[in-house]
Write a protein that binds this ligand. Structure first.
Ligand code: NAD
Ligand code: UGA
Length: 459
């Protein structure tokens, strides 16, 4: 343990929050820094038990390559625990990777980030620590949150110095391990003071173990916080832009795949994040843009707030368009109100379904009295039903009967036994096999992964 005013050496770190960020990021740090003891803590005992399960297929986050790292590092220098206070006390550096959802009540409800989990972490660190700690914001936070965190930490009666850094995470689910191995950049924001610079160097030294130094940017702390929100907003903006153009393609006979390719070949624009889709999902894009919208409004910049808000509105519009497309076809052909949804995860290669367009499209159909069969290779039955029940509750809807009208299928093959229209909403590789089936399936392809000639509708 380190004594005040002595040079700090990092031997132990901990991360509060064993979720989609905390688990994979700490696993990679443990792998790349075998000399550092890494402890991931969470107040959710069930989650920690799963991280410790000897059956690696049960770890709570599915990410290609993650289980192999856990196998190599777990109980060597990587530990999962519910003993948060102990981990704080034993660590020189503490990452906060807790969730920061959109507020559901109070000032800024529906827009601002709910910082209650981050604030709880800060209080926990303040109360459990008995020596200097470097506290690192890993969660995505509104710009100037570090001020609030410092305020909480400084309310300690033990005279402890805390240094706060912002080190936002840019991994994407499904490719998290690769993203962590080969980050485009690592951002570290810290104070310009002597101890701020020392803390920044200590964190930089960890990343330098595998990230080239020129990719590690040290910024002022507010720039670091804002860069994360801005990056997500710009990525989501591209998706809403391409999705908006898909409407015009449908009206004019242009092909969105061709348009996307043509735009993306301009090296100033680039070809990433120009795939049309049923709308972006995931736990972050919507919440981070709404957070940005709130910040603009907070500073009285209402017109700019509206500019960014349109990115989310466009996304919702795309989801509604999809539900209406299906409805129009079924009523025109006088078919039974039954469809098969392929894909529940918000993108391929993850078991995460937070904010997935599948939830919203399905709910629209359920409201119209549809019966829905769902297949996803990684999202389980309980989660699918819970996602819909949560939305039903959020929308205060009393009419939709989820248990009666949703049936979860266990195999892709079983989907083809039915003759109902098939709606592709996630781009799982296994769905591409449909290309090779010689069937008369009625396919709506909202990910453009099937030959267009084989579908009733592609974007
Ligand atoms: P998550 O919900 O998967 O995990 C958060 C974990 O924190 C949960 O397991 C929860 O039990 C735990 N937790 C909350 N409060 C706690 C407390 N006081 N003490 C102990 N444990 C606590 O969330 P996530 O997807 O990992 O996201 C975490 C943060 O990282 C968010 O701010 C998010 O915006 C950001 N982020 C997420 C991603 C992503 O791909 N999911 C990528 C980059 C950044
Ligand atoms: C996104 C960012 O890409 C990460 O950099 C960031 O760290 C993360 O959010 C976060 O802060 O949580 P993630 O949401 O995991 O990562 O996945 P993305 O690959 O960005 O996909 C988000 C959604 O956009 C998915 O539903 C995906 O299908 C959709 N998408 C993506 C499109 O519709 N079109 C595209 O061209 C790309």
């Amino acid at each position: 343990m380190v004594i005040k005013n002595k040079k700090m050496k990092v031997k132990s770190i901990c991360c509060i929050g064993a979720g989609y960020v905390g688990g994979p990021t700490m696993a990679v740090i443990a792998l790349k820094c075998p000399e550092i003891k890494v402890t991931v803590v969470d107040h959710n005992q069930k989650k920690i038990d799963l991280w410790n399960d000897s059956d690696l297929s049960k770890i709570p986050v599915f990410e290609p390559g993650l289980a192999e790292i856990i196998e190599k590092t777990r109980n060597k220098n990587l530990f999962f625990s519910v003993n948060i206070d102990q981990a704080i006390e034993d660590s020189e550096m503490i990452f906060m990777a807790v969730n920061t959802p959109t507020k559901t009540s109070g000032l800024g409800a529906g827009m601002a980030s709910d910082l209650k989990y981050v604030e709880k972490c800060a209080k926990n660190i303040r109360d459990a620590a008995s020596s200097k700690k470097i506290v690192i914001e890993k969660s995505t936070l509104p710009v100037r949150t570090a001020e609030k965190i410092k305020e909480i930490l400084n309310q300690n009666s033990k005279g402890i110095d805390f240094e706060v850094l912002s080190n936002p995470e840019f991994l994407a689910e499904g490719t998290a391990i690769n993203d962590l191995y080969k980050s485009d950049r690592v951002i570290i924001g810290g104070d310009n003071s002597k101890s701020g610079k020392e803390a920044t160097t200590l964190l930089k030294n960890i990343y330098k173990k595998w990230i080239p130094e020129e990719k590690i940017l040290t910024l002022n702390i507010w720039s670091a916080e804002l860069s994360k929100l801005a990056s997500n907003a710009m990525l989501a903006q591209r998706i809403s832009s391409i999705n908006s153009l898909s409407f015009l393609c449908e009206k004019t006979g242009a092909n969105i795949n061709e348009v996307s390719k043509a735009i993306g070949m301009d090296h100033r624009i680039g070809n990433k994040f120009l795939n049309p889709s049923p709308g972006f999902g995931g736990s972050c894009f919507q919440k981070d843009i709404l957070n940005l919208v709130y910040l603009f409004k907070y500073y009285g910049l209402d017109d700019i707030a509206e500019y960014w808000h349109q990115v989310v509105k466009m996304n919702n519009y795309q989801r509604l368009r999809i539900a209406n497309k299906i409805k129009d076809f079924i009523s025109e052909k006088k078919l039974e109100k039954k469809v098969i949804i392929l894909g529940w995860a918000f993108k391929k290669d993850t078991n995460d379904s937070r904010e997935s367009s599948s939830i919203y499209v399905s709910f629209e159909l359920l409201k119209m009295g549809y019966e829905i069969y769902v297949y996803d290779p990684k999202v389980n039955n309980t989660r699918i039903l819970n996602d819909l029940k949560q939305l039903k509750q959020d929308l205060n809807n009393s009419e939709v009967n989820i248990d009666k009208n949703i049936k979860v299928l266990n195999t892709l093959k079983s989907a083809f036994k039915h003759e109902y229209p098939i709606v592709i909403l996630t781009e799982w590789d296994e769905f591409k096999e449909i290309n090779y089936l010689n069937t008369k399936l009625k396919i709506f392809d909202f990910r453009n992964i099937i030959n267009r000639e084989k579908t009733i509708f592609s974007l």
